[in-house]
Unconditional design. Structure first.
Ligand SMILES: Nc1ncnc2c1ncn2[C@@H]1O[C@H](COP(=O)(O)OP(=O)(O)OP(=O)(O)O)[C@@H](O)[C@H]1O
Ligand SMILES: O=c1ccn([C@@H]2O[C@H](COP(=O)(O)O)[C@@H](O)[C@H]2O)c(=O)[nH]1
Length: 238
């Protein structure tokens, strides 16, 4: 019997990865695969909170938002994360998991509002909490929401599950000669302007001494390996 390395984690799931091979939206097989990974670690007894991005639907800084008022576009982006959160929670329900969605912006007819003590209660009860609508503020991202909520719930680590398998010297999708770090400090990641996460998220985690693990959501078994403390992805540390 193996023991997970963490009791409570904040998992940041890539919204963009939800598209799978589609051009837009939520790919059914992809979301089911993600949920199967989540179920595996939930069954290990790890308390799990999730933030999911919105890049598969809308980003305030995307070309499609050009010409729009930035704050308005960002609110649209936050609503996109609500849709992804609802889809994720529903897929988890179908897989036999109990999830609760909590929104940072008030849409009570759709999802319950984010209330920190309630979120902590759900986690203690073994429910999976999905934090929707990012931080609730424009000019931020869901990476920063993951850093913020991770800090608030006392997570031991933020797990950033994305389309690449770690932090590289440059964007590996644009520079094939880029090499992967096994680990890197927050200060170095910020100083080198590594774009895998935004600097606000890095700075908040650094100040809160909350490590981040960046790893591939596409690689089978990677999430479990990370939770078991195996050498997987890139650790970003103080
Ligand atoms: N130095 C780097 N190392 C690794 N990836 C990088 C780097 N610089 C840029 N990237 C890019 O950052 C992307 C991950 O961040 P991004 O926030 O865009 O996506 P995400 O979090 O997976 O999606 P979403 O915002 O929809 O949740 C990777 O797919 C990669 O192409
Ligand atoms: O706190 C937040 C979180 C998100 N947004 C907006 O939503 C989109 C989608 O989030 P991603 O992290 O890019 O997946 C983001 O581009 C912002 O437009 C926000 O304003 N505030």
């Amino acid at each position: 019997m193996t023991t997970p390395a963490y009791k409570r984690v904040l998992l940041k799931l890539s919204g963009e990865a939800l598209m799978g091979d589609d051009a837009y939206g939520i790919n059914r097989a992809t979301i089911e695969r993600m949920v199967a990974d989540v179920a595996e670690i939930s069954k290990l007894g790890v308390e799990l909170a999730i933030v999911i991005g919105g890049g598969n639907i809308f980003r305030g800084v995307a070309p499609g938002a050009q010409g729009m008022d930035r704050a308005t576009a960002d609110y649209m982006g936050m609503l996109a994360t609500v849709m992804n959160s609802l889809a994720l929670a529903d897929a988890m329900r179908q897989a036999g998991l109990t999830a609760r969605v909590m929104s940072a912006i008030g849409i009570e007819q759709v999802v319950e509002p984010y209330v920190r003590p309630k979120a902590l209660q759900y986690l203690e009860e073994g429910k999976i909490v999905v934090f929707a609508a990012g931080t609730g503020n424009p000019f931020f991202t869901t990476d920063t929401a993951a850093a913020l909520r991770g800090s608030e719930i006392g997570a031991q680590i933020v797990l950033k599950a994305t389309k690449v398998d770690g932090v590289y010297t440059a964007d590996p999708k644009k520079d094939p000669s880029a090499t992967r770090y096994a680990s890197i400090s927050f200060d170095e990641a910020i100083a080198k302007h590594l774009q895998v996460m935004d600097a606000t998220a890095f700075a908040l985690c650094r100040d809160q001494k909350l490590p981040i693990k960046v790893f591939s959501i596409v690689k089978p078994g990677a999430l479990k390996s990370v939770v078991m403390g195996d050498d997987e992805g890139t650790l970003v540390h103080v």
